[in-house]
Design a protein around this ligand. Sequence first.
Ligand SMILES: CC(=O)SCCNC(=O)CCNC(=O)[C@H](O)C(C)(C)COP(=O)(O)OP(=O)(O)OC[C@H]1O[C@@H](n2cnc3c(N)ncnc32)[C@H](O)[C@@H]1OP(=O)(O)O
Ligand SMILES: N[C@@H](CCO)C(=O)O
Length: 386
Amino acid sequence: MNAVTAAPADPLPRLPASGAWREGDPPGRRRWHRLRRPLPLEAGGELPGVRLAFETWGRPAPDASNAVLVLHALTGDSHVAGPAGPGHPTPGWWDGLVGPGRALDTDRWFVVAPNVLGGCQGSTGPASPRPDGTRRWGGAFPFVTQRDQVAAERDLADALGIETWALVIGGSMGGMRALEWAVSYPERTGALLLLATTAAASAEQIAWASVQLHAIRSDPHWRGGDYHDTGSGPHAGLGLARRLAHVTYRSEAELRLRFGRAPQGTEHPWYGGRYQVESYLDHHAEKLIRRFDAASYVVLTEAMNAHDVGRDRGGVRAALRRVTAPTLVAGVDSDRLYPLSQQEELASGIPGADRLRVIESPYGHDGFLLETEQVGRLVRELLGPD
Ligand SMILES: CC(=O)SCCNC(=O)CCNC(=O)[C@H](O)C(C)(C)COP(=O)(O)OP(=O)(O)OC[C@H]1O[C@@H](n2cnc3c(N)ncnc32)[C@H](O)[C@@H]1OP(=O)(O)O
Ligand SMILES: N[C@@H](CCO)C(=O)O
């Protein structure tokens, strides 16, 4: 595991200038927005020098009324569509949804996707330099919540001249932020699509996440989060966290049918070899270590644990009643991490929500990423014909 090269930290001196959309910009080109003032944080204090990386596809209407906000999940990023390439370690994670003629038809819609605050793909996070440029944030990066992340995204919307999103869409952690958008800024959320998400992180979700946090923090290379300039990092801990998380992202039936008890190639599990499913988890761990920063994983996981749309709003039911957007809520039938009961709570509590939709998939929680045809149908239903 230690032979794997970790995700490169954000280089210290390089801070690209802000850039709004310009005529002729190629789709999926990453740009940055720097917040005009320090971001006040829900947990107290403020975060100075915040920037958000974002990508866009399509062309904004003169009044930007065709803007759609796509919010990524825990280890996703702003690269929703398009191939892997410089600055993009992976191909677009919803490539089948965004483009000419697709559900988010870029001949019609202006699609905007920011990398979340606290992330590691261009937005300010623990691997970023502090505003004085002397050191990285590391373990001193403050506790941020979904509401803080959404407040930063609101600043981006302001800078892009987007008064109201035609649609805010997200799954899992992205769904938490989409919900926060609709509750915090109902007048700016024209329609809402929530996938495989929840009104508040449950005890079991916090429990799975806490084991992952322990795995990272008990790695000797963690160093309280101040490892970015040491030449090493908590790669083993992050890999362990990903293995555990990935099991929760898939279904028991999928793992059984796909891998069963088969050994990996010629390896023999009794004599130091691995089962196929172990090798599969190793592969996902190694892939994540190459592209993701462990401290961001910690910051974002803690933000998900803190997610409770009802906090300081009189509880979940009262908070959901604030949503004015026409809404669709969908869950995945085989999702054991975000069970359908959580989406049922959202669908029944949001005044403008239609009945709960169920995505049929053998892939568990990851179904919201993989079943793009079914997600596309929900998008088309919500956005309506041209
Ligand atoms: C495409 C992206 O990564 S997008 C980047 C943002 N990512 C996200 O938002 C989510 C992070 N990723 C994920 O959650 C998931 O990996 C998904 C949803 C993207 C992909 O799921 P799937 O397409 O079902 O892929 P699956 O889980 O089957 O894994 C396939 C990989 O496992 C490998 N694999 C399969 N069996 C084994 C095995 N026995 N041993 C080792 N590796 C194996 C395959 O070779 C393949 O490798 P590759 O991804 O390097 O090509
Ligand atoms: N596979 C997804 C699951 C979290 O929703 C991710 O890594 O972002």
